[in-house]
Each structure stands twice: as C-alpha cells, then as structure tokens.
Design a protein around this ligand. Sequence first.
Ligand SMILES: C[S@@+](CC[C@H](N)C(=O)[O-])C[C@H]1O[C@@H](n2cnc3c(N)ncnc32)[C@H](O)[C@@H]1O
Length: 190
Amino acid sequence: MTGGGSGREGGRALKTRVKTARKRSLASTLWLERQLNDPYVAQARREGYRSRAAYKLLEIDERYKVLKAGQRIVDLGAAPGGWSQVAAAKTGSRDGKGRVIAIDLLEMNAVEGVEFRRVDFHDADAPDRLRAWLGGLADGVLSDMAANATGHRKTDQLRIAGLVELAAEFASDVLAPGGFFLAKVLQGGA
Ligand SMILES: C[S@@+](CC[C@H](N)C(=O)[O-])C[C@H]1O[C@@H](n2cnc3c(N)ncnc32)[C@H](O)[C@@H]1O
C-alpha cells in the first residue's frame, strides 16, 4: 500500500494506492483501493454500520418513505447487514414492534432486532419457509443481492438484473396486498 491514507494536503484528499500482489487479482486490488478511498466506508465504520450500503437504503427511504414502524420486512442478500440495521431501526423490530428477516447465502453476524436465516432464495421452498417464519405475509421485500463481481460491468449488470427478476417473483409470493418491493440494480444498457 502506498500514499498517505485518507489524509489531506492543502485541502486535497490524498489517495491511498494499493500495489498489485501476485496472489491478488486486479479486480480485488481495485476493490481494495476503492474501499480505502471511499468516504462512505469510513463513515459507516464511524457510525457503526456494517456496510456503506446502509446509506443507499437511508437515502432511498428519506426520499420515498417506505419503511415504517411495525412492518414485517424481508431483506434478501442481507450480509454483512447494513440494510438490515436500517430496517431494524425504522421498523422498531429492536423494540419488538416489527420483524426483520434477513436472508443470505453467507453467514452473517447477529444484528439486534434481526432474525437471520442462511438460505439460497432460489430454493423452491424458500417462499413457503419465509411465510412460515413470519407466520403470514410480509409488508416489504428488500433486495440488495449481488453475485460475486466479475469486474466486467455489463456482465455484472446483467447478473444483478437476473437476480432482481427472480427476487420480484419471490416478493410476489410473500408480500401482503399493498406491500412493496425495493431492489438495487446496477445502471446499464439492460
Ligand atoms: C452487496 S451484498 C449485500 C449487502 C447488504 N445489503 C448490506 O447492506 O450489508 C450482496 C449479498 O447478496 C448475497 N446473495 C447473492 N445471491 C444470493 C442468493 N441466491 N440467495 C441469498 N443471498 C444471495 C451475497 O451472498 C451477498 O452477501
């Protein structure tokens, strides 16, 4: 690693550069460099969010006001847990008002007010299991799902779009009338 961390010189931020390493792919090196220079990553660390993604959901919710106290929310692709933290705070699930069920292929450390299930949402019985866990239907389904990035933007964009289409089907199986589906896609041709 080179450079001066996130320090500033004469009002200009110094960029941290990461040297390529034999065991690290170029995509990983560039990801690491972006992480080290990303102000949202630093803010998330300071404010106790598991990921910078938390700010995306906070911004969307500030604009569209979808998350409300007492709702039952499903968070697809939840790990490491930034969106789940926001959903728990907004629904009041930490105080027993709503419910947040977080689903991911990967393990996730516990988040207060969030019930985590390690599941592939593609599983044919996933909607049935979700309804059983909730004891009914959900008020909102969130999806920040993404497959491992290839670094090829068009490919990654298509893969996320595919996940979102399936997530929308999942949502239509588990949402109560009037419920909402909110998903992240990468901007691109498709
Ligand atoms: C960008 S991360 C989510 C970040 C998270 N929203 C946050 O705020 O911390 C995308 C997640 O989607 C998960 N994912 C991808 N495919 C999945 C699938 N088929 N079922 C469940 N989770 C999946 C990945 O394991 C990964 O943890």
